[in-house]
Design a binder for this molecule. Sequence first.
Ligand SMILES: *Cc1c(COP(=O)(O)O)cnc(C)c1O
Length: 381
Amino acid sequence: MQKFSKEYICTHYADDPSRYMGAVNPPIFQSSLFTECEGNEPGKEGRWAYTRVSNPTTDIVERKIAALENGEACLAFSSGMGAITAAIMHYMKKDCHVVAVASAYGPTKNFLEKYLSRFGITVTWITGNDVQEIEDAVQPNTTLIYLESPSSMLFIVQDLKAIADIAKRHGIHTVIDNSYATPIFQNPLDFGIDLVVHTASKYLGGHSDIVAGVVVGSKEDIKSIQSNERELYGAVQSPFDSYLMLRGVRTLATRMKAHFANAMDMADWFAKQDYVKEVVYPYYHTHPQYELAKKQMTGACGLMSVILDMPGEKMVQLGKELQLFHVGPSWGGYECMYTCGGAFLTEDTPTCRKGMARIHIGQEDTATLKEDWEQAIKKVL
Ligand SMILES: *Cc1c(COP(=O)(O)O)cnc(C)c1O
């Protein structure tokens, strides 16, 4: 495939105003079915029939994401979990085994461990920062290595090339949740990973207004998922969500640059504050895997963690005093977020650390964000 710049793909790729009376913004094909007519003949390649299978508005956004990930094809889903479970099921067999990153997204872990155990499927959890640990976890019935790099709580970076090589040697497939880096900063297919999944509820949508997901991979894998996991489970993206996602993707490259620059500035600033013990951000020089992150990513997003030197109650109060950092789950929108999951932990867990607060840096200017922290800290400490 011809390589286009990320910016070009976001803005113009896969758009064709001549198909839509010159409209630069393609219409929302809010139609469940497509009837036979001239140009939509039965048996014609790319023919539209039913929106659970394909839809012209969804098709544009799928083509943009496939191109952004250097993949052959993409499918959009009604949620990130819809995409993740479809990608995992694509590789599942009765009584098979999965090697998965222990700091992965919670519901993904529940699906792998609690739900799939019904079908005799077992999981070995690995930290992800040690290639040998992954090789050692492989069993004769392993069919999938599931990665999330960087993971979205602890930001553990996995060596994508080395892991893809191990998987190929053992005839195992690989899936990665690339939601953190986005296709702007990391393209795992380039390292030999089989399928990339994203929640589009975070950066791809970017405006905290949709719940959506995507799977990207080879034509062959995507065709199979389209007619099996997506068509049969039915978690397809609605045309209206495709329209909102398309609107978000147009500015993805620009937004990610701003998130990255803001996050680097805030990481530097947090590192200088007395009440911050550690900044956990994969593109910050103190991250234990900074060199690996730089090798396989070209930047990082607005999500980081800080280990705070204050009692749990103060961490909770800080969330109340911050005006621009909202307390709640999720991230990837234009807004700042603060969650202090580690406030009352007495020891580190596989998904969180003692005293850890996860912070999302939005699209605001960092001078205003620092002022907000200063006024909040004054009230708390
Ligand atoms: C939010 C999230 C998901 C799940 O996506 P939904 O769109 O909420 O289903 C998956 N992976 C990561 C890393 C996430 O942060």
